[in-house]
Design a protein around this ligand. Structure first.
Ligand SMILES: [Zn+2]
Length: 202
């Protein structure tokens, strides 16, 4: 039987949740609160729900000082929130670059459309740039829906191109069970955070 996952309390809303559902924060050597998205940084951790409002509550009530049992300079919740978002984006970007190196990425609207039409039973995930043209975006979303392939909108054409070492890319497809599963989880977490979900409080 799987071991039960340890729980931690959100220092914002006091809700107790499994560690993997929370954001971990640590103090860096200078004594600044930093997010630790991979739960690997050394030292005592403080936890909040994956929700900006819980980060704000924790900052307002100076709960980081209490959690770290030392006087932490009051963290700026807006900066902390931006940092979490950036770290989540960096992780998604790293996985995309890794998938690209592994030959698991197809990019460009024609290539992706072709790939969607082929009936291959490998898991796929379609990433559409936020600035994709409406026509192309709708066509690809329709094709993906038709073939039961998940699609999400994030990043920009420019950023996709940069990550893949190419010119502008309005759409990217990732293939392979492992990459698709990991990236889907990362993207879900990121979008939930942006939407402000993930906490029973409020
Ligand atoms: Zn919370």
């Amino acid at each position: 039987m799987a071991k039960e996952e340890p729980k931690r309390t959100c220092i914002g809303c006091r809700e107790s949740l499994e560690k993997s559902k929370l954001l971990r924060f640590v103090l860096d050597p200078e004594g600044t609160v930093v997010p630790d998205l991979i739960n690997k940084l050394p030292g005592r951790g403080a936890y909040t729900c994956m929700k900006a409002s819980c980060i704000y509550k924790a900052c307002e009530r100076n709960q980081f000082s209490r959690a770290f049992k030392t006087n932490v300079p009051v963290a700026d919740p807006e900066a902390l929130q931006a940092w979490v978002i950036r770290s989540m984006e960096d992780r998604i970007a790293s996985y995309l670059a890794l998938a690209n190196k592994a030959g698991k990425v197809v990019s460009g609207s024609d290539m992706v459309a072709e790939m969607l039409k082929r009936k291959v039973s490998v898991k796929k995930l379609i990433l559409l740039a936020a600035d994709i043209s409406e026509d192309i975006g709708n066509r690809l979303r329709g094709l993906a829906d038709l073939h039961g392939v998940e699609h999400v909108t994030l990043f920009t054409k420019d950023y996709f191109g940069e990550l893949l070492g190419k010119g502008l890319r309005s759409v990217v497809a990732v293939q392979g069970d492992g990459f698709v599963e990991t990236m889907t989880n990362e993207i879900d977490r990121y979008r939930n955070f942006l939407r402000g979900e993930g906490c029973a409080y409020e």
